[in-house]
Design a protein. Sequence first.
Lengths: 320, 276
Amino acid sequence: MSDRPIPRPGHRDESRVVRLLLIGVAMSFLVLFLFMPLVAVFAKAFEKGAAAYVAAIVEPTARAAIRLTLTVAAIVVPINVVFGVAAAWALAKFEFPGRGLLVTIIDAPFAVSPVVSGMVFVLLFGAHGVIGPWLIAHDIKIIFALPGIVIATLLVTSPFVARELLPLMESQGNDEEEAALTLGGSGWRTFFHISLPKIRWGLLYGVVLCNARAMGEFGAVSVVSGHVRGLTNTLPLHVEILYNEYNSQAAFAVASLLGCLAIVTLILKAIVESRVHGRSVNQYRHRERATARVGESEGQSPSEKTGAVEVRPWESTSAV
Amino acid sequence: MTAADRRVLPGFKPAISLTVGYVSLLILIPLATLVLKSASFSPAAFWAAVSSPRALAAYRLSVVTALAGGAINAVFGVVVAWVLVRYEFPGKRVVDALVDLPFALPTAVAGIALTSLYAENGWIGKHLAPLGIKVAYTPLGIVVALTFIGLPFVVRTVQPVLEDLEPEIEDAAAALGAGRVATLLRVVLPAVLPALATGFALAFARGLGEYGSVVFIAGNMPMVSEITPLLIMIKLEQFDYAGATAIALVFLIVSFSMLLAVNALARRAAARLRMR
């Protein structure tokens, strides 16, 4: 009996009918809104057979779009990792005036419409923009070229790593770092040998989310790209063009590549989450057996919950 | 002792300089450009752009559909979170991972997939068509897209609160004679409410600015199914930078008010949790 979950007392449980009904409602909702769109992407991609699928992907403009998307992500993700680590370090380890304001500014790209995020760079660097004429005079192309796409993607994806690391670093404290420094370790050595390993899973999680958004961003990139086929079309923009040309099978074939990216992202996310956050879907049952409290973090989103559940089997009777 | 003396760890100066420099260049200066650019227009021209019937229709559509999407998610998101936290069923881990799909799937892909599903000959649309319900290319389609986009926000904010809820509280309510429904409505729901409000506000704010998933399914008819981000996009394509800037500024102010409201709500919820 001891290794089986302790049955919940009747008064804390809904009847079997209500339970099945609620599960049914939740699953129907998820199937309708999440599962079917994902399945539709792959079904439509293979509508005309595997040959048509492959043809749509190896076609030169599609290959150029894949290359551009990979290039953009390869530039954007490392930059935002450096920014995210620096921002989380400054915000989590130190108190200073204006800290709250800085957090709000870092969060801002989440609240701004992607279209507006792209548009501000057109106002800055576009032909009629603030420094547009100077750029033209010096023959520097930003808007409707790779730099514009990179900058717009940088803005849209800038909060991901910082947002992931901040609550993690806050909850971990500085004891190990202080010990290392007391023992004579240099600042950088302490960072690379103590701090970085402590946050590695959270960092990976931030990188995965940042990368997914960098490869999939549509609105902001759409404004600054100029949609030049084979030159400034990223994968999502290539999908749009094919779809608007009523070439829906090819559009879904290319879209399925991004669908695979999403699936890989979800799998990595699940792995990392179980490592770093100690969050499992069965946590409630453990909780009930253990009545342990999770260290309360200020964060509201689950990704910010960092404390692992402390299971205390010797207290399990108190739950009943 | 000054604040600087208390800092044991090194690296504050380089970290804060890099952070402030980066957000200034990437976030603050570009957004300030938007505000300055709007200030260079005459108030009359600004007002004309912001209050044209087409712009007003776009604001109204954006707000109404984002509210509707948020409301649908508030109801079903709580049910999904409840089921994932409290019940056991096969495939639960997969379902739990799938909830994050809207964060991982590029919006353009979601847009064309939803459109193909809800079009009149689509897997779902063909069952709705005989009932006289048209989803794709109507405002209803926008609600469907925004429901998809906002789904994880509510589930992922409510889920941890349900997980942290101490079962003893429900025991106490039952011991004091409350029925199950009364316990759920008067004990569990109030505890979840701040998180639910935060999740709703996040989904609403995201829905307000959403572009990629909506443009494919909306139909994009001016005055009927044209959302505000699309109107900004159209003005940019027509090189009407003044009009686009004015509308974007109004929209930016709305978005930031939402962000501040969300942060205030989150702080209140955190304070409530600490009091317990």
